[in-house]
Design a protein around this ligand. Sequence first.
Ligand code: HEM
Length: 430
Amino acid sequence: MTTEPVVDQINLSDPGFWGLPFDDRDAAFRVLREQRPVAFFDEPPWPFLPPGPGYWALTRLADVIEASRNAAVFSSAAGSVLPDLPPEFSYLRSMIDMDNPEHGDMRRIVARAFSPAAVRELTGQALTLAHEIVDTVIENGECDLATQVATSLPIGLICQLLGVPRADWDWVRDRALVPYGRDDPEYVPRVLDEPERGALAVLEAVDEMAAYMKELADSRRARPGDDLTSRLVRAEVDGRHLTEEELAQWFILLVVAGAETSRQVITHGVLTLDRHPAQRLAWQQDFAGLGSTAVEEVVRWSSPVISFRRTLTRDYVLGGQPLAAGDKVLLFYPSANRDHRGFADPYRFDLRRSPNPHVGYGGPGPHYCLGAHLARHEIRTMLGVLFERMPDLEVTGEPQWLRSSAINGIKHLPVRFRPGRRRAPRASGW
Ligand code: HEM
């Protein structure tokens, strides 16, 4: 049994902390939740940036919900990530870094495309894609679930919604994974010794995606369709069309937010079900019946997004801790999702958990995940097809964790299954 960390020795700003196994990080968050739920940390050094002022870490469910809900005090306008991004990174800013009314004006442009009804219409396409993805590995009897299966449906569906041709999906995927992979040496060689390499890799990836969106938008201006890019190109906000920069920001927000998150829930889902065989069997035997509570529990359990930032517009007392105007706070979702004040027996993985007020998609408030319905659909579809075609799917090795303070990520997960037959003609693009 590991010993409990000492609260004064926990440092969420130590880059080494984010290279620890999940259970060690979780133990630290458990101590913070109980002993210092609103804890102040100095800011880690950021390549190319002057030192930041530090931040408060919110680790309890009630505080994360209060900060998400009270957007007038907990503002997003100064940025949704911890460092204040310099102008070179402007493509990474988007509606997630806005307050109302600007935020609402932007979000309304695409909101309908992510509604439950619109997502239901994607059912056929999602199923077809999920089967094609399984076809690419089913004959082999083994694969890396994280890279060969879990990424493809989320990236495929968001690309389809945006009107990205299928031949370009892999290209988009490789760039969409860079912003969250920037601190991991597998994605960015030598980043541990030279952290500025991570920042430069992000710049290169977002610049390439921005140039791609410019071409895509030009083609939709010439030949409008009914995809999201056409809708963004047509949209008017305050009587004007979106600028090239705003279009690029939309593209990058959607592919980055849509790719790494759902893929992680699918990967964590397979791993967690493997470790809880009785629950897995129950879900396999009653997939539809358990579906809605089960998907929410897998999202609570995996909590792929580690934190987002807010900045105080005025002095405020949160959880008994006085905070000052201008202070930064980070909302730690995985910690909130294991808070015993909100969840009975939070360390029990329970596919029937109800109620399940998790904040995996963010707390209630204006920035609650735009893609939540789409994500639920992706997770349910991919796990359902895996259950059907690989009923004996089995994890054969330890997961390899992504080194990241932003995403609770599994990079690789080796699995095996009885080899089966392909169903569809070989798909291009995977
Ligand atoms: C299980 C998968 C997902 C998880 C866990 C997740 C989680 C989150 C979280 C925590 C936030 C921030 C909430 C806040 O700041 O209050 C967020 C926002 C957002 N998510 Fe997701 N997300 C997922 C899937 C998706 C998908 C598939 C898309 C589709 C493209 C998407 C698009 C967005 C966008 C655009 C925002 C910004 C919303 C706004 O500022 O109004 N997400 N998501």
